[in-house]
Design a protein around this ligand. Structure first.
Ligand SMILES: [Zn+2]
Length: 467
């Protein structure tokens, strides 16, 4: 029986296995031999199969491994036809078939197999846990941005057949690039959706969810047909700054109507990123996927035109009277997205809140950012969103480097203080005690400030039994 290291938040199963063989001294061949009776098994990074064998040998729960430490729930959700088969193959030891069931090969996304990591998450994890690890949410195919930080993900191509390699963990990097806002929104939506899928059982069909929200936003005709032209027009506008041009996941042109039609076919198989991109635009929040949709929305369409007209007239009346979106939304129960659209269709200028991002606010953000304040604190003080703060910081040359320097010095101060405090309260301690009791600070200083650390540490003892 093996004891794997405890899963860290959003940690991939393969990452735990890598950490296990790194610290336990057990080789990957020995581990695979014990689990699967063969050391030639190749583990997939995010659709790791053979979960029941791993769970048995490591005393873990198969369902928990499947739902929280692989991407299986995401694939099952977007590929309901293949879901059962995929789950079965993931639980039993059938990696090749599981990969075929995921349909990834047929989507022609053209990306080779690898592991992705966010440099800011690595920095955060090293500081908080003393170790970096692979996150599940970073591995979603097509997503190249961190859903927490908005930074571009680094890609480590896996060239060997064997992926269970000692020390194969993300490395710290200093080159941080922020992705376009749209890609951050999709990544954020995907991360949210993944954590919701891990904890839910009964789900709405994704095609039903789309139809409900299309109808809500007036993108369905009274007969229930999709107004594809209007959808594509708005959707294309929304994703125009998206850097990917891969037609497997992003529409070719604004006239690529099949892109939408295909997503709405029940039982269709499409790259998960297509759904994530479209879902981000249509739903905004991943939690909307799980809201209780009224059944009448899908079954009975015949009496809807009058009702829709009544509601839209009511909304128009409020908007024409100059009421705010929030007020109209409260009174009519319709979403802001719907209201914006009907206002646009009827040529009404909206009574939106005045923009707060004036030159004065931008200057204040820059000053606070230069002093090294946290993004959240800057956002709070200036009354703007974190996204705006990040955008302003990344668009001012030299500011990111300056902040990195501040963070480095702050981390150094904190870690030096940890060590000094420990030494003051334990004057008799030997090097090994410090390494064990202040491991996070010790390793940080060992990597970044070794000369200082060596000066503070007690002299190394000679090993016992040498003479
Ligand atoms: Zn991150």
């Amino acid at each position: 029986m093996y004891q794997l290291p405890k899963a860290l938040p959003d940690e991939l199963l393969l990452s735990r296995l890598i950490r296990f063989i790194t610290i336990s001294g057990i080789s990957s061949s020995e581990f695979l031999q014990t689990c699967f009776g063969s050391n030639r098994i190749s583990l997939h990074p995010f659709l790791t199969s053979g979960l029941s064998s791993i769970a048995k040998v490591c005393n873990e729960d198969t369902d928990l491994l499947l739902n929280e430490q692989t991407l299986t729930p995401l694939f099952c959700f977007f590929l309901p036809v293949h879901a059962r088969n995929l789950q079965k193959m993931i639980v039993t030891n059938n990696g090749a078939r599981a990969f075929r069931s995921s349909q990834l090969v047929s989507f022609e996304s053209g990306q080779s197999l690898g592991l992705k990591s966010c440099p800011l998450c690595v920095e955060h994890d090293l500081l908080k846990y003393g170790i970096s690890y692979w996150h599940v949410s970073h591995q979603i195919p097509g997503v190249d941005t961190c859903g927490y930080h908005g930074a571009g993900l680094s890609f480590l191509k896996l060239t060997q057949r064997q992926r269970l390699i000692k020390w194969l963990l993300p490395q710290p990097e200093t080159d941080i690039r922020y992705s376009p806002l749209i890609e951050y929104k999709v990544a954020n939506f995907s991360t949210q959706l993944l954590s919701l899928l891990a904890s839910r059982q009964h789900l709405n069909q994704i095609t039903e969810v789309y139809r409900h929200y299309l109808k809500e936003n007036d993108y369905l005709t009274p007969n229930g047909r999709v107004r594809r032209k209007a959808v594509m027009q708005e959707f294309s506008k929304y994703i125009k700054n998206h850097s990917q041009t891969n037609p497997a996941i992003v529409p070719r042109t604004q006239q690529d109507y099949r892109y939408v039609s295909q997503l709405l076919e029940a039982g269709g198989s499409h790259h998960p990123y297509r759904h994530l991109l479209f879902g981000t635009w249509l739903l905004g929040e991943a939690s909307q996927v799980f809201s209780n949709l009224p059944e009448a929305d899908f079954s009975n369409m015949k009496n809807t035109p009058e009702i829709v007209n009544n509601i839209s007239n009511k909304c128009l009346k409020f908007l024409k009277a100059g009421k705010s979106l929030a007020h109209t939304s409260r009174e009519t129960g319709k979403s802001r997205c719907y209201l914006k659209r009907i206002a646009l269709l009827n040529g009404i200028s909206l009574n939106l809140k005045p923009k707060t991002l004036t030159q004065q606010v931008i200057d204040a953000i820059c000053t606070l950012a230069y002093s090294g304040f946290h993004r959240r604190e800057i956002a709070r003080r200036c009354g703007v969103g974190i996204g705006s703060v990040e955008q302003i910081i990344s668009s001012h040359s030299g500011l990111v480097e300056r902040r990195k320097q501040c963070h480095f010095q702050s981390a150094r101060r904190k870690n030096r203080l940890d060590i000094l405090r420990y030494l003051a309260s334990h004057p008799e301690s030997i090097r090994n005690d410090i390494k064990q009791q202040c491991s996070s600070a010790f390793y940080w200083l060992y990597l970044n400030d070794r000369t200082w650390l060596e000066k503070q540490l007690p002299k190394a003892c000679k090993p016992k039994g040498r003479y």
